[in-house]
Design a protein around this ligand. Structure first.
Ligand code: ARG
Length: 457
C-alpha cells in the first residue's frame, strides 16, 4: 500500500468521507485496527460494478444528469484501471475499499463523484459487494470441483476392474475395486457442487436500496440496479439486507465440507502410500523427501490437503461466531466476515487444485493389491451368502463361517474378480457398474463445468 500525505477532502477532518461532524481524526494507533483495506481490497471489481449500477439507478431516478452519469462512469473506469494495474495510490485515510474508490472517483470527477453515494450506505454497499464476490467464488469453485471430479472419474474408469480390499474400521472387509473407491470420493464432491450452487442462489438477492438500514427517501430504482448486476430478486427487508450474511455462511459451509471431504481423500492416499499398504506408488512430482533420511518419499501434498481442513472448518466457526448475537441491523463486527469468507474460498480453491494434481498422477501397484486380496477373510461374507442362497438362515451361515475362520479352515468360494462380478446391484463395485458410474460422473462433471462457466458470466 502506498502511503502518502492525508488529503484534505471536502467535508472533513482527516480526509474521511464522513468527516463533517468530527473535530479530530481517529487516533493514528487505531487506524490500522479499524481499516479493512488489506482484506476487502479484493472486493474492488464488485465495488466498481456496484457503483456503476447504482449510478445508472440514480440517473434513472432523475438524480443524476446524463453528463454526471457519464463523468462517474468514466471516472470509475479510470479507478478500475488504476486498481487493475497496481497504480492506485491508497491514502492512509482510506478506511476500506469502498471509501478508497469513492475518494479517488471524487478526485477525478469532483462534482459528479460527490453525488454517487446518494441513497447508499457502506452497509448496503458491502452487502452488495460480498454477494457478488460469493456468487463469483461459488461459480469458480464449482469449476474446480468439476475438474477434480473429472480426474477421479478418469482414474476410476482406468481402474474399474482393479480389485482391492475394502475396509471398515480400517480392517480388511470385502473386495471392492480401486475405481469404486475413487468414485466414493467423487460422490461427496458432487454433493459439494450442489451446496455451492445453493450458495450461489442464496447470494442472488440485491440489497442496494436498503441504505444504512431503513431504505431511502429518494426514489431509487432498485429493479434497474438489480437487472444491471444480474441479480434474481430484491432483498425484502432493508434491515435484513444489511445484517444478513447467511449467503456467506452457505458458501463457507460448502467450503468446509469440501475441506473435510478432501481430508478423507488425503488420508486414503497417505495410507495407501505407506510401505505397510503399498497400494500406491507416489509420483515424484507430488511427493517430497526428507532432509535427513535419504530413503524417504513422503506424501506431503496429501498430508497438507488433509491438514488444510483445519482452516476450512475454522472459517466456518469464525463466521458463525461473528454473527451470533449481533443486534440488528449493521454492526462493525460484520467487517470480520472477510477473513472467513476469503480464507475459506482461497483454501478450498488451493486444496481442490492440489488434489486434482495428485489424483491425475495416481499409480496403483497391482502386485500389492493382489497380495492383499489373497486374504481369505475378505470372502467370508461371500461364503455365508452362498449358503443363504442355498437356503441356510443367515445367522446360521454367519456362525458356521465364523467357526471356520477361527479354526483357520475357511476357504473362499471364488476369487476377487468373481466376487466382484457377482455384486450386480446398483451402486455396488461390480466393474461394469463402476464403469457406467464413472462415465455418468464424468458427464455430471462436464455439466457442472458448463454451469460454472455460465454463472461466472
Ligand atoms: N469496511 C466495512 C465492512 O466491511 C464497511 C461498512 C462500514 N460501515 C460502517 N457503517 N462503518 O463491514
Amino acid at each position: 500500500m502506498s502511503k502518502g500525505p492525508t488529503p484534505t477532502l471536502p467535508g472533513g477532518e482527516g480526509g474521511k468521507l464522513w468527516g463533517g461532524r468530527f473535530k479530530k481524526g481517529l487516533l493514528p494507533e487505531l487506524e490500522a485496527f479499524s481499516s479493512s483495506l488489506q482484506l476487502d481490497y479484493e472486493l474492488y471489481p464488485y465495488d466498481i460494478a456496484g457503483s456503476r449500477a447504482h449510478a445508472r439507478g440514480l440517473a434513472a431516478a432523475g438524480l443524476l444528469t446524463k453528463g454526471q452519469l457519464r463523468a462517474i462512469e468514466k471516472g470509475l473506469t479510470q479507478v478500475e484501471r488504476e486498481l487493475d494495474t497496481g497504480r492506485f495510490d491508497f491514502k492512509p485515510s482510506d478506511e476500506d475499499i469502498h471509501t478508497a474508490v469513492e475518494r479517488r472517483l471524487t478526485e477525478l470527477a469532483p462534482d459528479a463523484g460527490a453525488r454517487l453515494h446518494a441513497g447508499r450506505s457502506r452497509n448496503d454497499q458491502v452487502a452488495l459487494d460480498l454477494r457478488l464476490l460469493c456468487r463469483a467464488a461459488a461459480a469458480a469453485l464449482s469449476a474446480s470441483v468439476a475438474m477434480l471430479v473429472e480426474a477421479l472419474a478418469r482414474q476410476a474408469l482406468a481402474h474399474a476392474d482393479w480389485a482391492m480390499p475394502g475396509y471398515t474400521h480400517l480392517q480388511r472387509a470385502q473386495p471392492v475395486t480401486a475405481g469404486h473407491h475413487l468414485l466414493a470420493h467423487a460422490e461427496p464432491l458432487l454433493r459439494d457442487a450442489v451446496r455451492l450452487r445453493h450458495a450461489y442462489e442464496a447470494a442472488g438477492e440485491m440489497p442496494l436500496g436498503a441504505g444504512a438500514l431503513a431504505g431511502s427517501t429518494l426514489p431509487l430504482q432498485r429493479e434497474v440496479v438489480m437487472r444491471e448486476l444480474g441479480f434474481t430478486r430484491l432483498s425484502a427487508n432493508s434491515m435484513d439486507a444489511v445484517a444478513d450474511r447467511d449467503f456467506a455462511l452457505d458458501l463457507v459451509y460448502a467450503c468446509a465440507l469440501i475441506g473435510l471431504h478432501l481430508s478423507r481423500l488425503g488420508e486414503d492416499l497417505v495410507l495407501w502410500a505407506t510401505s505397510e499398504f503399498g497400494f500406491l506408488r507416489l509420483a515424484d512430482e507430488v511427493a517430497t523427501g526428507s532432509s535427513i533420511m535419504p530413503q524417504k518419499k513422503n506424501p506431503d501434498i496429501a498430508e497438507l490437503i488433509r491438514g488444510r481442513s483445519g482452516r476450512a472448518l475454522g472459517a466456518l466457526l469464525s463466521l458463525a461466531t461473528v454473527l451470533k448475537g449481533l443486534p440488528l441491523a449493521y454492526d462493525r463486527d460484520l467487517q470480520e466476515d472477510k477473513p472467513a469468507i476469503f480464507g475459506a474460498v482461497e483454501n478450498a480453491a488451493e486444496c481442490l487444485e492440489a488434489a486434482r494434481l495428485v489424483v491425475e498422477r495416481l499409480e496403483f501397484d497391482r502386485q500389492r493389491l493382489e497380495a492383499a486380496l489373497a486374504d481369505p477373510g475378505l470372502y467370508a461374507t461371500d461364503t455365508a451368502e452362498q449358503m443363504v442362497a442355498a437356503g441356510t438362515a443367515f445367522r446360521e451361515a454367519h456362525r458356521t463361517v465364523g467357526r471356520q475362520v477361527a479354526a483357520g479352515k475357511h476357504t473362499p468360494p471364488w476369487d476377487a474378480q468373481e466376487s466382484l462380478r457377482r455384486r450386480d446391484l446398483p451402486g455396488s463395485p461390480q466393474p461394469a457398474r463402476v464403469r457406467a458410474r464413472a462415465r455418468a460422473v464424468a458427464r455430471e462433471a462436464a455439466a457442472l463445468g458448463r454451469w460454472s462457466a455460465g454463472a461466472a458470466g
